[in-house]
Write a protein that binds this ligand. Structure first.
Ligand SMILES: [Zn+2]
Length: 441
């Protein structure tokens, strides 16, 4: 049997993604797609003849993860006005843009993305996203690891209202009552999704919808989460209110999406259950609201986004202090823009999170939330080699994770996809951001 190819990466410093001390002069030794050893240059000797990737001006860290993204959405970087795009873009083209959006994140060091669902004028995008995931996994296309979440919702759900209220709904797949929803969940699971995504309350980015309305009944939520678990898959539940938290916890949700409103009781129950939450704060900032205005979002929605903003920040600060399990998620679909995912980490740090804890949300914590921490999330012997080399120290300035030129290497499963080290020019996306034509302009 042929032995797996060995490779050594030299860095200036290493953040292991486990919260351990920063390691100086690290060597990461790979064997095929896995890490064989990690240590300082005194601890790990590079075997004779092994190829060395010199990133000795860089900090090495695990590939980052964004656990709440909508790759099929009409992103502001690729579309001018999302309302126009909703009429002019076929699901087929939308799927191609979803792949492109995944690449924009990948080349910025996000090696795993959990896509939490989307629909088009002709129904759910579950099969389309599974196809993108599978083509990347097969090595046919270059991109990040994608975990596919599938919208599973009732008539008039917050998730459905992301689509215009008055739109013709060709082949729309909503369902009502526990058995219809079980069938929709099963249909999504048959299509190959990894996560059932549903909704317990209203939300932020939709027109004429208050965030404190209830969506599913308890019986319906229980049914959907049960179907996901029956097939050893996860359930992610969108929650804006403490009432929604209690319903999601009762149903046994694996992750609770967003941090908006809470009360003492819902916070205590979340901590006791040890459930993972994605804050999705980048999406709440003034920067995001300004982008939304620019892409044609109605005044009602903009006002609502501004009104909930202080609640989101306060909930995050309280939850962080109290020890809620936090995994990084942006809710990026429209804004701030695919590839700027680490703006979420900057937002956490701006609200008082320690930079190391912020990095953990996108590495170890995210892997634990996905129940994939045996394989990804940290730089340790035995783990899959998803590694990013950053020019600079993200613990000193978390913002450098948003600078394209600073992301010097992006490696997934032992293969280098992006190499921006001096003298190298390997990239996935062969156009400068914003140089492409906006097709709905
Ligand atoms: Zn979302």
């Amino acid at each position: 049997m042929a032995t797996a190819k060995q490779l050594a990466i030299k860095g200036k410093a290493l953040i292991d993604g486990n919260g351990g001390p920063v390691l100086a002069d690290p060597i990461v030794l790979l064997e095929g797609s896995r890490i064989a050893a990690v240590g300082s240059k005194d601890q790990v000797k590079i075997p004779h003849g092994v190829e060395v990737v010199d990133a000795s001006h860089c900090t090495l860290m695990p590939g980052m993860m964004d656990l709440h993204i909508h790759l099929c959405m009409f992103n502001n970087r690729t579309f001018k006005n999302y309302r126009v795009a909703q009429w002019e873009v076929t699901p087929h083209l939308q799927q191609m843009y979803a792949y492109f959006h995944s690449q924009l994140c990948f080349e910025m060091g996000f090696t795993t993305l959990r896509d939490l669902g989307q629909q088009s004028t002709r129904g759910l995008m579950t099969e389309s996203m599974c196809a993108v995931r599978d083509a990347i996994d097969a090595g046919v296309l270059a991109g990040p690891r994608i975990v596919v979440g599938a919208f599973t919702y009732m008539t008039g759900s917050h998730l459905e209202l992301i689509f215009p209220r008055a739109a013709e709904r060709h082949g729309f797949q909503n369902a009502d009552g526990p058995w219809e929803l079980r069938k929709l969940a099963r249909t999504n699971l048959r299509a190959g999704c990894d996560v059932i995504k549903t909704c317990a309350s209203g939300g932020g980015g939709t027109d004429k919808e208050e965030p404190d309305v209830r969506n599913h009944t308890q019986e319906e939520l229980d049914a959907m989460v049960d179907e996901a678990h029956a097939l050893h898959k996860q359930a992610a539940v969108h929650c804006f209110t403490p009432g929604a938290h209690r319903m999601a916890l009762k149903a046994g949700a694996d992750t609770i999406e967003h941090m908006v409103f809470h009360d003492d009781d819902s916070m205590e129950k979340i901590i006791a259950a040890g459930v993972w939450m994605t804050p999705t704060l980048a999406h709440r900032t003034d920067h995001a609201i300004a982008i939304r205005k620019d892409i044609g979002t109605p005044e009602f929605t903009l006002k609502k986004m501004k009104t909930i903003q202080p609640h989101c920040y306060k909930t995050f600060q309280r939850f962080y202090k109290a020890g809620v399990n936090i995994a990084m998620g942006t809710d990026m679909g429209f804004e701030p823009g695919m590839g700027s995912n680490a703006f979420e980490l900057e937002t956490y740090v701006g609200l008082g999170m320690k930079p190391m804890d912020a990095i953990l949300t996108a590495t170890r914590n995210a892997a634990r939330a996905l129940k994939r921490d045996k394989d990804i999330g940290t730089l340790e012997a035995g783990k899959i080699a998803d590694i990013v080399a950053v020019d600079g120290d993200p613990l000193a300035d978390i913002r450098i994770l948003q600078e394209r030129k600073r992301i010097q290497l992006v490696m997934k499963e032992g293969d280098i996809y992006v190499d921006r080290r001096p003298g190298h020019a390997k990239e996935i996306v062969h156009a400068e951001p914003d140089s492409w034509r906006k097709i709905d302009a």
